[in-house]
Design a protein around this ligand. Structure first.
Ligand code: SF4
Length: 407
């Protein structure tokens, strides 16, 4: 039921990945259901939420400066009746889990900090802040400790895009790649109940959406086990209901009215020939695979804790091309990881040549809090990172162009 609220315009600024895009939509849905109005005009908003990303330092720096701008905006606003007021400011997303209450010290204008698994509590938290804002009992609230989200938060029916929808199938990641902050800020891998995922997609399709992207930080590690539910596949055995990624894709493919779907992001160690076969067979599944390799050097891959070798990866890429005929293959690469020598870099360069990705996203390593790699000296100079970045980017551009021409 809608509740009445006084100051009700909410602006949500999304930074970072597609998971955050979906999370912002979920937050918008929860707040709209509680009577707030979601606006795309930050200047007019009573409440400004920064849904943040901690994957790269640059993304965090942008948030700190955006918070400063939100505080200062009153100086530039022409509406006299609102002059002097500063919006309620909140931080959600990975930075909330990364810095917790320390955010209040770094940015005293922030009123609330809400972690990735706590977003279901936002309507109550904002209501509480509003109740006391401007009084002697003004409050700052932080909630960052929940481990699980309630599935219910995905069912508000609030969608910003009327043709395409992101659907979260799993949250968190427990791979602990040594450069990555995600396991520390998003928690352990949790797969959602397949029934609930299918229910969400069917509701989207009923609302006119025809394209879906299934989301997970490690999407192809999706695995659901329910010991309380009978398994229709194995009558007479101990009733354990299991559901893996390929099975989920098969069920999604059967949804009538859905025209196309895809998934991101996959980890090579969880990528199988069965998955490629499913990709070749399922008619609605886009023939597109984003498979981050990160490095072409076995030594660096080991230091990154990626749990595959250069050879494993190239074999996977070869099988993908053979089985998923005409399929696109894209990747992520990090240059300048601690200790990366010229020889390691050359290995990556050669792998890019050999794998012939349709597109590649090349990043320069930057140390992240909590991670294992933080303990290593960040010893590749900025200039050298730039050089390696430019070389791979140039190579990838040529390959992408060549493949586009071929098509
Ligand atoms: S798979 Fe590795 S890089 Fe991807 S989210 Fe998990 S820890 Fe981070």
């Amino acid at each position: 039921m809608k509740q009445e609220v006084t100051s009700k315009k909410v602006f949500i600024r999304t930074l970072g990945c597609q998971m955050n895009v979906r999370d912002s939509e979920v937050i918008g849905g929860l707040l709209a259901r509680a009577g707030y109005e979601i606006t795309d005009d930050e200047q007019q908003a009573d409440i400004v939420i920064f849904n943040t990303c901690s994957v790269r330092q640059m993304a965090e720096d942008r948030v700190w400066s955006a918070v400063g701008n939100a505080v200062n905006r009153e100086k530039h606003r022409d509406s006299p009746q609102k002059a002097g007021t500063v919006p309620i400011i909140g931080i959600t997303g990975c930075m909330a889990n990364n810095y917790r209450e320390a955010i209040f010290e770094k940015a005293p204008a922030v009123d609330f900090v809400v972690g990735t698994a706590d977003i279901g509590k936002l309507p109550e938290i904002i209501k509480e802040i509003q109740k006391h804002k401007g009084s002697l009992n003004e409050k700052k609230i932080y909630e960052t400790d929940a481990e699980f989200r309630e599935d219910e938060i995905y069912h508000t029916g609030f969608r910003l895009d009327k043709e395409h929808a992101f659907v979260v199938i799993s949250e968190g990641c427990e791979n602990f790649c040594s450069y990555c902050v995600v396991p520390y800020v998003r928690g352990k891998l949790r797969s959602r109940d397949p029934e609930d995922i299918l229910k969400e997609i069917k509701a989207d399709v009923d609302a006119g959406i025809s394209k879906i992207t299934l989301l997970g930080q490690n999407v192809n590690a999706y695995h659901w086990v329910d010991k309380n539910r009978d398994s229709p596949q194995k009558p007479g055995t101990v009733p354990v209901f299991t559901f893996d990624f390929v099975k989920l894709l098969t069920m999604v493919n059967r949804i009538s009215g859905l025209k196309e779907f895809t998934f991101v992001t996959s980890h090579p160690k969880d990528t199988s020939i069965e998955l490629f076969k499913a990709m070749a067979e399922l008619d609605k599944l886009r023939k597109y695979m984003h498979l981050p390799v990160q490095s072409g050097s076995d030594r660096i891959l080991k230091m990154m804790n990626r749990r595959y070798t250069r050879e494993n990866y190239l074999n996977l890429a070869k099988s993908y091309r053979e089985i998923v005929r005409g399929g696109e293959l894209t990747t992520d690469i990090i240059v300048g990881f601690p200790g990366e020598t010229e020889k390691d870099f050359q290995d990556t360069f050669d792998l890019v040549k050999e794998a012939e990705f349709n597109a590649g996203f090349i990043f320069k390593y930057s140390p992240r809090p909590h991670t294992e790699a933080l303990k290593l000296p960040d010893d590749v100079s900025r200039e050298e990172k730039e050089r390696r970045h430019a070389l791979i980017l140039e190579l990838q551009k040529k390959i992408s162009k060549k493949l586009r021409k071929k098509i």
